[in-house]
Design a protein. Structure first.
Lengths: 332, 532, 334
């Protein structure tokens, strides 16, 4: 009978070996970095000589705002949520500063934008944390509200000039020695806070905990409403910061500035290994995910593929990567 | 259908299944003859449920063969298994909650007339088929599930802990109906933790240990010892008996109660419950299913607010709005359901450290060294097997339960509320938990211990209170708290009063006996009022 | 406590609960209908000449979103969610408009049938991927929204094409009485011909079953994967109808997805479909779409900035869901 017991092999051939599984589930960074390396090599092959300091600078510059927005998704997804209002909040922040810069000055504009973002986050957080509204619905509704209000405000302030302040353009789009974009000045501290916050603080632990099992977290004394309100405020503030960078990068202030970032931000978090069901993932993977998407995007552009192909590939890659993760992390 | 020479209805050989690093089954086998009721026995984590799931196509085995009527079969889904004549009743009823009963029957293509017949046989004739499943009581759902399975006349019917939490009258009907299946050409595979039920209805028993079939026993007089031996594999730890312990009274005299409940009420479920819990004692709580003990523990743990009465901790009144308040007052809660308490995707370490970071002022940086020390000490105290490193969901049930306790032990326990912490775990882990609770009490903690296994009271408690119909009806010292006395009190019978025949039968027939009485409580000759 | 009456009481409570639940379920729809009627009266008050043209305009503007909401409702009832409906509509719209431009009527009939089959396939692909990869639906369909939108851009990178005259006629004007606009008839017919038979079949039960409790449905012998794929395929069919209605009402195909995905989610939530699956129907979401559209119209009449209409839609969405959960929390406590 022992011979019969050995007739396993019902598992699928790809990723079938334990080694592959272990690699993906325990050290997802390795395959992610490998994928990134492959994409960089492919870029070099397609356009020999393109990979250099300048190219790296451009990639980093483009990836930074995406990585910050993907950070919003990472944090919210860890608790089993999602933040679809990041696009509206980011656009709002960029727009507010642009329209106030001339009149009231840049610092005032930034403060007002951050306060407005925090308010939006507070409302979302109260909806999700206190009233238990599904985060998808709550943030979706919130983005409609923010978008409508900004549009309305735009019509009221149509007379004042709306120009991107020079500081923003510098931080958003300039690079140091062509390789280090100034936006890293914003990004590195933020990323450090998120990384350390998730791994080494009580609050980070609780994000994982309420995403994994809200009942257990409650029975252990965690008050999820406190955690969630803080979370959505933090997410909105991060989105506002990303909005500043995007307005500086694109040198435009439009109410739909960051709309096109919403879905890629979710994609970057998913590629980076954060589970949308909560309780699993981290920001390091998300950063790599944002880089992968950025490099891929530029690779496709340099291959001369139209926007359409880029979108199709984006979608396919998300499904494939998410499927690979699911395969290695779920059992039975 | 012709039988082969072996004459077996169902034969599974060499079944193996691994989940990641955990081996659930290795070389398990099971042979069922036509017309027998076959028990599947084993401690928790022995692989009983996995084997049943494999037989009904809910889980795919890694290896092994299954033959029905001597013909090899591979079943890929419950629907396919059903067509092969294999039907299983799981612990959670397989009714879709948002559909009414009639639609649920349509979904499984169950013929209505046989269904009604079996419903009648099982004592649930007044069921409205248009009621939404979500609103039907759990016990009735289990009966509906069984009637639905019987109605399609399966060759092999598998019952996984069918009788757990069924009221006594329904349990009896179920056992009777199962017993009647004997001798025909159909078979039943019966899983239960209640040895008495096995003895009552089963012909043979297959015993699993650690995923392997270790023996097949004919169920006769005295075969229980043999089955337990096979299940355990090694001897049971001896517990000091109640008499050997210091008397709780001596310790309690003069001391302030750690926890005092005064006239606690919760709607109609709990009324005027009062008791004192002293440091250094384990106070047992005994009650039949649904007598208000769930509400009592929810109130003490801060999950629910009482509708009346007051709580005092160390003599000072407290009021809890959230479990966090109870924890701050030193009341920590171990629920029976591990899925309620654990972060399944996180590590043992994070699970144990969870309460440390819950409060807002602990949201900052974690003191890693301090945390490691506390967690390591708790893991050592509870002898948690962390070989399956990583996620808690990969641990066995017993080890998971230990993690839920370790979480509180790590931070130092003042008052622990345990709600049936030994439910559904193997005997070895149970013994470790008994020892731990005693040790906690010796160290000065107060423990409130609800248990559905009456014999645990004398093993662990100093005294016990008995709750019936939402009231404390008795307080019994450990020395007198044998199963008979507890059972008497749990049914709220005066000692010496004539026991209704059914309860006598129940007391001797059903070992655990933690079930709702057959009739509404006060319809008995001796209701709560009659007792006063 | 008198024990003899206890079972009677519990029976009564159960009955009351049952009646209450069915009343509650219908109460939501009735409330929506009442609110819709109030809005129509209000519209008539602020715009006395609101009449046949108004109703017809309402009907034609509601049709695509109503079909999208039906599509979303089906897939949410089955326990999923589809964030690619808008992209699918765009793809179907450009494919049909491109193929129909300047072709004969007979050919156009074939095109319509063809794109409906295409819709079924697109939906089945979404469902199949979600089932096979076991990636959460929300992620799969979000990713597929990129794919379908990309495909739409490949077909045509700018709005264009044409639509058959009969198709355009199908959604303009009225039939019989002038108060019965054709788009409304089309909507009712489509739902009655496709969804109602499905709802009454075993597939319909399975869809509700899988959405309500996947494990229980599986153990009841329902093929969960197949049911989910079929629910997605049905969703695709309705999304295709929605895309066709876009082509029919505008006469061209537009490759850029409209706001239909998110609005369809909003509409089903307002329409009483539980995002957890297993509960709700397609009628509520249709009424909800009409309400959302009339509010927009009214705000135009009132000379309110349409941007504030967006704000109001967001607030309504949040408000309804919040009230719903407050009621639930209260009930759980009481």
């Amino acid at each position: 009978m022992r011979g019969v017991a050995g007739t396993s092999g019902a598992r699928s051939p790809w990723l079938g070996t334990a080694a592959w599984r272990g690699l993906f589930s325990d050290r997802p960074m390795i395959p992610l970095l490998a994928l990134l390396a492959v994409l960089v090599v492919a870029s070099e092959i397609v356009r020999p000589g393109i990979v250099g300091p300048e190219w790296i600078g451009i990639m980093l510059r483009a990836a930074v705002p995406l990585a910050i927005l993907a950070g919003c998704q990472t944090l919210t997804m860890l608790t089993g949520g999602i933040d679809l209002s990041v696009g509206a909040v980011a656009s709002m922040a960029g727009f507010v500063v642009a329209s106030l810069a001339a009149g009231s000055g840049v610092p005032t504009g930034i403060v007002i934008a951050l306060v407005a973002a925090a308010l939006a986050g507070l409302v979302s957080g109260i909806g999700v944390g206190v009233f238990r509204v599904h985060p998808l619905i709550m943030t979706l509704g919130m983005s409609l509200v923010v978008l409508g209000l900004v549009n309305f405000w735009q019509l009221q302030t149509i007379t004042t000039s709306t120009g991107i302040p020079g500081e923003f353009r510098t931080v958003g789009s300039s690079t140091l020695a062509k390789i280090l974009p100034y936006s890293l000045v914003v990004f590195v501290p933020l990323a450090a806070i998120i990384l350390v916050g998730l791994r080494r603080t009580g609050y980070g632990r609780l994000l994982y905990a309420i995403g994994d099992n809200p009942v257990a977290a409650r029975l252990s004394g965690a008050r999820s409403w406190q955690i969630l309100i803080v979370l959505y405020v933090v997410s909105a503030l991060l989105a506002a910061a990303a909005g500043f960078l995007i307005s500086g990068l694109t040198n435009t202030a439009s109410v739909s500035l960051a709309d096109s970032y919403v879905l890629p931000s979710v994609a970057a978090a998913v590629i980076g290994g954060t589970s949308i069901m909560g309780g699993r993932g981290g920001f390091a993977g998300t950063i790599v995910g944002a880089l992968i998407l950025t490099v891929l995007s530029s690779l496709l552009t340099s291959l001369g593929y139209p926007e359409a192909v880029r979108q199709i590939l984006f979608g396919s890659i998300i499904v494939a990567v998410a499927a690979a993760y699911t395969r290695v992390t779920t059992e039975s | 259908m012709t039988l082969t020479t072996t004459g077996l209805l169902l034969e599974a050989t060499g079944i193996s299944k691994t989940y990641g690093a955990v081996v659930a089954l290795k070389c398990a086998s099971l042979a069922v003859r036509p017309g027998e009721v076959h028990a599947l026995m084993g401690a928790n984590g022995a692989g009983k449920s996995t084997l049943v799931k494999i037989l009904t196509g809910a889980v795919r085995p890694d290896g092994g063969t299954i033959a029905v009527h001597g013909r090899p079969r591979t079943v890929h889904s419950p629907a396919e298994a059903r067509r092969s004549g294999l039907v299983s009743i799981y612990q959670e009823p397989a009714l879709v909650p948002d559909l009414d009963i009639r639609s649920n029957l349509r979904l499984t293509e169950t013929p209505l007339e046989p269904f009604r017949h079996w419903l009648h046989e099982l004592g649930l004739e007044d069921l409205d088929l248009s009621s939404i499943a979500r609103r039907v009581p759990l016990a009735s759902l289990r009966i509906i599930d069984l009637a639905r399975a019987l109605a399609i006349e399966p060759d092999v019917l598998m019952l996984d802990e069918m009788t757990a939490a069924l009221p006594a009258n329904l349990t009896e009907r179920v056992l009777e109906v199962i017993g009647r299946q004997r001798g025909g050409d159909r078979s039943v595979i019966f899983i239960s933790h209640r040895m008495i039920e096995i003895a009552a209805v089963c012909d043979r028993a297959t015993v699993l240990r650690e995923g392997e079939t270790v023996g097949v026993v004919d169920v006769t007089e005295g075969s229980e010892e043999r089955i337990v031996e096979l299940m355990l594999g090694e001897g049971v730890v001896d517990m000091p008996t109640a008499a050997e312990r210091r008397a709780a009274a001596a310790r309690a005299s003069g001391a302030t109660a750690r926890l005092t409940a005064r006239d606690l009420s919760s709607g109609t479920k709990l009324s005027d419950v009062s008791f004192d819990l002293y440091p250094g004692e384990v106070l047992g709580v005994v009650a039949l299913e649904g007598q208000g003990q769930d509400e009592l523990f929810d109130i003490l743990a801060g999950s629910q607010r009482p509708s009346g009465g007051e709580l005092l901790v160390d003599g000072a009144p407290v009021s809890f709005h959230h479990p966090a308040d109870a924890i701050r007052a030193g009341l920590v809660y171990v629920p029976a359901d591990r899925a309620e308490a654990l972060l399944m995707q996180r590590s043992v370490r994070e699970n144990i450290a969870l309460p440390f970071t819950a409060r807002i002022r602990r949201w900052g940086l974690i003191n890693a060294g301090d945390e490691h020390r506390k967690v390591d000490r708790a893991i050592a105290t509870l002898q948690i097997d962390t070989r399956a490193h990583g996620e808690v969901r990969r641990l066995s049930g017993g080890n998971q339960q230990k993690v839920t306790i370790a979480r509180w032990v790590a931070g130092g326990v003042r008052t622990m509320l345990c709600f049936d912490p030994t439910r559904g775990i193997d005997i070895r882990t149970k013994n470790q938990i008994y020892v731990l609770l005693r040790d906690l009490a010796e160290a000065g903690a107060a423990v409130l211990f609800y248990t559905s296994e009456l014999k645990e009271v004398q093993l662990v408690c100093d005294r016990a209170i008995v709750i019936f119909g939402g009231r404390v009806v008795a307080e019994i010292g450990a020395a007198n708290a044998d199963e008979a006395a507890l059972l008497h009190a749990a049914y709220n019978l005066r000692s010496g009063a004539l026991m209704p025949e059914q309860i006598v039968a129940e007391a001797t027939a059903v070992e655990a006996a933690v079930v709702v009485p057959a009739d509404p409580p006060a319809a008995r000759p001796t209701g709560p009022e009659a007792d006063r | 406590m008198s024990a003899a009456t206890a079972p009677v009481d519990s029976g009564r409570v159960a009955l009351a609960g049952l009646l209450g639940s069915s009343a509650r379920r219908n109460a939501w729809i009735l409330g929506l209908l009442g609110f819709l009627a109030l809005l129509l009266v209000f519209t008539k008050l602020i715009q006395p000449n609101y009449g046949v043209p108004g109703i017809q305009g309402l009907a034609i503007s509601v049709l695509p979103l109503a079909l999208a909401a039906v599509a979303q409702a089906i897939v949410v009832i089955s326990g999923g969610i589809d964030l690619s409906i808008g992209s699918m509509m765009a793809l179907i719209s450009v494919v049909s408009a491109t193929l129909m431009a300047g072709q004969s009527e007979q050919f156009d009939v074939a095109v319509v049938v063809g794109v409906l089959v295409l819709g079924l396939l697109l939906g089945a692909v979404n469902g199949g991927l979600a089932v096979v990869t076991r990636v959460p639906d929300i992620v799969v369909t979000l990713a597929m929204s990129f794919v379908w939108a990309g495909c739409a851009l490949l077909v045509a990178d700018s709005p264009g094409g044409g639509a058959a005259q009969w198709l355009k006629d199908l959604v303009t004007g009225s039939i019989g009485n002038e108060w019965i606009p054709k788009p409304a008839v089309v909507l009712v017919a489509v739902v009655a011909l496709i969804w109602i038979p499905v709802r009454r079949s075993r597939l319909g039960l399975s869809i509700y079953g899988v959405g309500s409790d996947r494990l229980a449905a599986f153990r009841s012998g329902v093929s969960v994967g197949r049911t989910r794929i079929l629910a997605y395929a049905l969703m695709g069919l309705f999304a295709a109808l929605a895309g066709l209605s876009l082509t029919a009402s505008t006469g061209i195909g537009t490759p850029v997805p409209g706001p239909y995905t998110l609005m369809s989610v909003a509409a089903i939530v307002l329409g009483g479909v539980s995002l957890a699956g297993g509960r709700g129907g397609v009628f509520g979401p249709i009424v909800a779409v009409m309400i959302l559209q009339i509010i927009r119209t009214d705000m135009t009449f009132l000379d309110v900035d349409t941007n504030l209409a967006t704000v109001l839609q967001g607030l309504i969405l949040i408000g309804v869901v919040m009230i719903g959960s407050i009621v639930q929390i209260r009930r759980a406590r009481g």
